[in-house]
Design a protein around this ligand. Structure first.
Ligand code: HEM
Length: 527
C-alpha cells in the first residue's frame, strides 16, 4: 500500500496567496456578467460583509466550504444575498427553494458558469472558448455545450454503462486479488490508486495514458490538489507550480492518446466526446485539455467517497459485522474456477437491491463529506419561492454543505453519523419525537440536482458499492506495525472551496489482511 507524508491542507503562505488571488478571480469571472450593484428590496435579505465590498470574497476564499455554514448562522433565511464586489451571490439554504431554483434552468444557467470555470481550470485558448460559449451569448446554453450534455447523459444511463461497468469490476477484481497479506499504507492513497487505474481503464480503454505510463498518476493528483489555484489563474505557473506542471503533463499524455487514436478502444462515452470535440473544431491538444476536466469529474469524487465509506464502516465494529452478514446473506455466492479453486462472487445487482444498510451507509457517508455548492448564473431576472427576486448577472449557490448539516432538515442528529438514515427512503428519514418523516427530496446534494444531476452516479454506484463490499467481506484492517490502533475519522479539509468531497487531512494507516476463511479464495466482483 502507498504511503505519504504529503500535507493535505494548504500551508498558510499558500492560503494567503490564494486568498489574494481568489478575490481577483471571483471578480474576473463576475466581470463577464457584471450584476447591478444596488440591492432591490425584493431580492433575498442581504448580509453585509464585515469588511465592506470584499469581506465575503475573502471569507469564501479563506474558509472554503465552511464559510456558507458560518454566514448562514448570522442570516437564518432560506435564501440570502452576499454582496461580493459589484455583484450579489444568492445563497440558498432551504431544500424547498433549491428545488425551485433547479426548475428554472433557463433563467438560472449552470453551463455559462461551468464554461468559464472549466476554461480556467484546463486553460483553453480563445478559439476553444468561443466554441464553448457559442455564437449567441444571450442563450443560456451554447449548441456545443448542449451537444456535450446530450452525449454525456446518454452514455451514462444505467442501460448504456454495462460494458464500462463490466470492465471496471474486472479491473477492481484484479486489484483486490493482488493485495498482499499484511500490506500496509494510507487507506486514502490506496483507494485513490485503485480507482485511478480501474476507472481510467473502463473509460479510456486498455491503452489509456495511465496504463501506458503509471507515473502519470502523481502529476494528475498534483493537478487535482491545486485546482482552485489554477481556476484563480493568477500566474499559475508560479503560484500553482506543481498543479500547473501536473496539468500540462496530463495534456501532453492525452494529446498523444488522441493523436494515436487510442480512444477508438475506449468507452462509448469517450469515443462520443472525441468525435464531438474534434468535429466542432477544437484542436487535438485543446480537446486533450477537455479530457483533463473529464478525468477530474470521473476520478476524484468516487475515490474520496470510497475512502469515507470504508472509514465509516471499519471504525464501527458492530456496523462492520452487520454489513458483512447483510452482504454475505444477499449478494455473495460461492463458485469454483477452472483450476478447482474457490471463488466468492459479489453480485452488484443484489448489492443494489438487497443490501439496504450498505446503501444507506453509502449515502450517509456522502451526506457528511459532500459540501458541494450547486452554482447557477442568473441570466434573466426571475422570481423564486413566489417572493425572492433574483437579478440577472448575479450568481446563485445552492449550499449543499449547509443543508447536509441542518437539524431542521435531518433532525437533531444532523451532525452525526447514522447508518440507518437512508434505509426507509433514498432521500433520508428524520425522527424527532413525533414519528418518522421523509426528508425533502432536494436536501441531499451530493450529486447536485435538477438538470445538473451527476450523470456518473450510476457508474459510481457500481464501482463504489462493489469495491466496498469486496473489502468489507474479504479483509480485516489491522493497526500499522508497532501501533495499538488505527486512527480512523481523520479531520476533514472543510476549509477548501466546495468543488468536491472533502478529503481527510491526516493519514489513516492500516494493515490489510485477508479474513479468516478468505485467505486463499479468489474474489470476483460481478455486475
Ligand atoms: C460518488 C461519486 C461522485 C459524486 C459525489 C459526483 C458529484 C457530482 C456533482 C455534485 C456534480 C454537479 C456539479 C456541479 O453542480 O457543479 C457532478 C457532475 C458531473 N459528474 Fe459526477 N460525481 C461522482 C462521480 C462521477 C463519475 C464516476 C463520473 C464519470 C463517469 C462523473 C461525471 C460527471 C460529469 C460529466 C458531470 C458534469 C455534468 C454536467 O456538465 O451537466 N461523476 N458530479
Amino acid at each position: 500500500m502507498e504511503s505519504t507524508n504529503e500535507v493535505r491542507a494548504a500551508p498558510l503562505a499558500t492560503k494567503f496567496i490564494l486568498l489574494i488571488t481568489s478575490a481577483a478571480i471571483i471578480f474576473a469571472i463576475l466581470q463577464r456578467f457584471l450584476g447591478k450593484s444596488s440591492h432591490d428590496s425584493r431580492e433575498p435579505p442581504v448580509l453585509r460583509p464585515r469588511v465592506p465590498f470584499i469581506g465575503h470574497m475573502f471569507g469564501l476564499a479563506y474558509h472554503g466550504a465552511s464559510y456558507f455554514s458560518t454566514v448562514s448562522k448570522r442570516c437564518p433565511h432560506p435564501i440570502f444575498s452576499l454582496p461580493m464586489g459589484p455583484s450579489q451571490t444568492y445563497v440558498v439554504t432551504s431544500p424547498a427553494l433549491a428545488s425551485q431554483v433547479q426548475r428554472s434552468s433557463k433563467a438560472l444557467s449552470f453551463n455559462k458558469l461551468i464554461v468559464e470555470i472549466t476554461g480556467r481550470m484546463v486553460s483553453f485558448n480563445s478559439a476553444s472558448m468561443s466554441i464553448l460559449r457559442g455564437p449567441d451569448l444571450t442563450q443560456s446554453e451554447s449548441p456545443f455545450m448542449q451537444a456535450v450534455h446530450e452525449i454525456i447523459y446518454t452514455a451514462l444511463t444505467p442501460a448504456e454503462i454495462k460494458e464500462m461497468s463490466i470492465d471496471v469490476l474486472a479491473q477492481l477484481t484484479q486489484r483486490l486479488n493482488k493485495v498482499t497479506n499484511g500490506e500496509e499504507g494510507d487507506l486514502f492513497l490506496w483507494v485513490r490508486k485503485q480507482f485511478t487505474v480501474a476507472t481510467t481503464h473502463a473509460l479510456y480503454g486498455p491503452s489509456n495514458p495511465f496504463a501506458l505510463d503509471p507515473s502519470l498518476e502523481a502529476p494528475f493528483w498534483d493537478f487535482e490538489a491545486g485546482i482552485i489555484s489554477l481556476i484563480v489563474g493568477v500566474f499559475p505557473s508560479i503560484t500553482a507550480r506543481k498543479a500547473y506542471a501536473g496539468r500540462e503533463r496530463m495534456v501532453e499524455a492525452l494529446t498523444e492518446y488522441v493523436q494515436q487514436e487510442r480512444y477508438k478502444q475506449a468507452s462509448k462515452l469517450i469515443q462520443g466526446r472525441a468525435r464531438l470535440h474534434l468535429e466542432a473544431g477544437l484542436s487535438v491538444p485543446q480537446y486533450a485539455r477537455s479530457e483533463v476536466g473529464m478525468l477530474f469529474g470521473a476520478l476524484v469524487n468516487a475515490g474520496v467517497t470510497t475512502f469515507w465509506f470504508l472509514n465509516n464502516i471499519f471504525s464501527r465494529p458492530a456496523l462492520l459485522a452487520e454489513l458483512r452478514a447483510e452482504i454475505e446473506a444477499n449478494a455473495l455466492t460461492a463458485s469454483t474456477n477452472a483450476r478447482g479453486g474457490s471463488i466468492r462472487v459479489f453480485n452488484y445487482a443484489a448489492l443494489k437491491s438487497s443490501c439496504p444498510v450498505l446503501n444507506s451507509v453509502y449515502r450517509e457517508s456522502l451526506r457528511l463529506a459532500a459540501p458541494m455548492s450547486g452554482s447557477r448564473l442568473v441570466v434573466a431576472d426571475t422570481v423564486v419561492g413566489d417572493e425572492y427576486l433574483l437579478r440577472a448577472g448575479n450568481v446563485v449557490q445552492i449550499a449543499g454543505g449547509v443543508m447536509h448539516y441542518d437539524e431542521s432538515v435531518w433532525g437533531p442528529d444532523a451532525a452525526s453519523f447514522n447508518a440507518r438514515r437512508f434505509v426507509g427512503s433514498v432521500h433520508g428519514v428524520r425522527s424527532d419525537g413525533d414519528g418518522e418523516k421523509q426528508v425533502h427530496p432536494a436536501a441531499f446534494r451530493a450529486f447536485g440536482g435538477g438538470s445538473v444531476y451527476c450523470p456518473g452516479r450510476h457508474f459510481a454506484h457500481v464501482e463504489i458499492m462493489s469495491m466496498v463490499a469486496g473489502v468489507v467481506c474479504a479483509f480485516d484492517m489491522a493497526p500499522p506495525k508497532g501501533k495499538e490502533g488505527i486512527r480512523f475519522d481523520p479531520p476533514m479539509d472543510s476549509e477548501r472551496m466546495p468543488i468536491g468531497l472533502v478529503k481527510p487531512l491526516e493519514e489513516v494507516r492500516v494493515r490489510m489482511r485477508r479474513r479468516e476463511g478468505w485467505e486463499v479464495v479468489e474474489i470476483e466482483l460481478r455486475l
